[in-house]
Design a protein around this ligand. Sequence first.
Ligand code: 0L1
Ligand code: MG
Length: 260
Amino acid sequence: MKRLDVKAIAEKIDYHQQNGIEMVKITNEYPELTVEEAYDIQKLTIQRYVERNDPVIGWKMGLTSKAKQISMGVDEPIYGRLTESMELREPVLHVKDLIHPKVEPEFAFVMNKELKGGNVKPRDVWAAADGIYLALEVIDSRYENFKFTLPDVVADNASSTKFVLGSQVFSPSYTQWDQVKVTMHKNGEEVQSGYGKAVLEHPVHSVVELTKMMNRDNLTIKPGMAVLVGGITEAVSVEEGDILNVEYEGLDTLNLAINE
Ligand code: 0L1
Ligand code: MG
């Protein structure tokens, strides 16, 4: 196999992420790329964001539904890094510089204590969680046709692109998060629906799994960080002019306008 230059690959991915230009899969050139090496590439890519004064403000979990894991032939989710520039300040998504964006409804846990270690339990997460936001994540794989292997998608920061949080924060004990029904409408038509339990049977398990995976990489979830736990429904493709209305039953509705 060609010698792996993780720094050069990170620079390349960063270029494609910043400019919204698609690329061929890394594994075409490096078929033996491991998931561990891919996390090194992800870390180096995001280091470049940080050097541009775009700090890491949270984490995201991907491949948290059984269906997505089966389709990728894996039995574990993946994580990615969220930076300040990825957070939309208003519910408007500009797609001019994106490739083939998709939107999925999520929950975001915000922590007030550090979470670390390989033995974290749901009650540790509840004790560390300050609040839960309703959230929409925009994913936009940099790879052609949204097709990739596991190391490819890890290197591409789990397709992270943008996210927006609802304006209300809920107490973690406000409701049974696995029972919340979410329905997504695009341009007035229902396109997806699902329940919170689509996320690893319960969204809290996603934060448990994230802490364990991060522990393997000597990372921790710091106070103040947000965690996007994973898609509650399948992601929906969007284009300029679309309007999304996402109802979280009994909680709130998030809207997202898709502009040029
Ligand atoms: O947030 C996600 O679940 C996406 C993870 C990466 C796989 C994909 O882009 O569909
Ligand atoms: Mg997601």
